[in-house]
Design a protein. Structure first.
Length: 251
């Protein structure tokens, strides 16, 4: 059965309206990351640049703040609404209508892609005017952001199928995002952390996204070459996608 384009359009518009109407999801998905950007930008004015890396505070943190923004879209903006729809019986009801599952799933993906691309686009503009992204790095920055967004969204749908309660999911994901960011090297260089944390970082998918940003934007060394990090992110996305298909629950 093919996709219903009229239903797809309606679901996308409805999905965007729901997110913008929900204060908590709207704040953490679209606004909260910019508070981080403003805060760390201000701190960068009073903290001396790193002599070892030759970078200012905000230069190093900028990609990490974008990853945090995308995690907000993928975790809070994807998992929580799906869990809420399951709790309210909306997903169960949808399965009894002529609406096919492919149309519904694609509508959810498109909504999140729109939100994620908005974040990437805004960060690209801000980064360029703040002197953090050169003209030649704009396209690579956007492409890396989109690669990361796809991977993060697959995690969002997976978590949306695992959790049963919105309150539990919101709490765990809200508090879990920052440790994941910290241990991926997005906020602190991995070489200054104890060896045990370095080992843990290799099991965190966002480490490879962070290193890809750092390689392209900051020309920093990484464990893998650029194409190696791209391959890892692609493999992780595919693996999580198939795992999501196996574990996702409509009721």
């Amino acid at each position: 059965m093919g996709m219903d384009k009229i239903a797809l359009k309606f679901l996308v518009i409805t999905g965007l309206k729901e997110i913008f109407r929900e204060p908590k999801i709207f704040f953490f998905t679209l606004l909260f990351p910019f508070f981080f950007l403003a805060m760390f930008g201000g701190m960068s004015m009073v903290i001396d640049p790193s002599e070892e890396l030759g970078l200012s505070f905000i230069e190093y943190l900028f990609p990490g703040i974008l990853i945090f923004a995308l995690l907000s879209v993928g975790f809070l903006g994807t998992s929580v609404p799906l869990i809420e729809m399951r709790q309210k019986g909306i997903l169960k009801t949808l399965r009894t209508t002529p609406l096919n599952e492919i149309t519904f799933i694609f509508s959810q993906i498109i909504v999140r892609l729109i939100l994620g691309f908005m974040q990437i686009f805004i960060f690209t503009i801000l980064g360029f005017f703040m002197g953090l992204i050169s003209l030649g790095n704009i396209i690579p920055f956007i492409l890396i952001g989109l690669i990361g967004l796809v991977m993060i969204l697959t995690f969002g749908f997976l978590l949306g199928g695992i959790f049963n309660k919105t309150e539990l999911a919101s709490g765990v994901l809200s508090f879990g995002m920052m440790p994941l960011i910290m241990l991926s090297g997005a906020m602190l260089p991995l070489h200054i952390l104890p060896d045990v944390f370095k080992t843990i970082s290799y099991f965190i998918p966002f480490t490879y996204l962070t290193e890809l940003f750092h390689q392209v934007l900051l020309d920093l060394d990484a464990a893998l070459p650029i194409y190696g990090n791209v391959i890892v992110l692609f493999v992780i996305s595919v693996a999580i996608f198939f795992l999501t298909k196996l574990t996702f629950r409509w009721t």
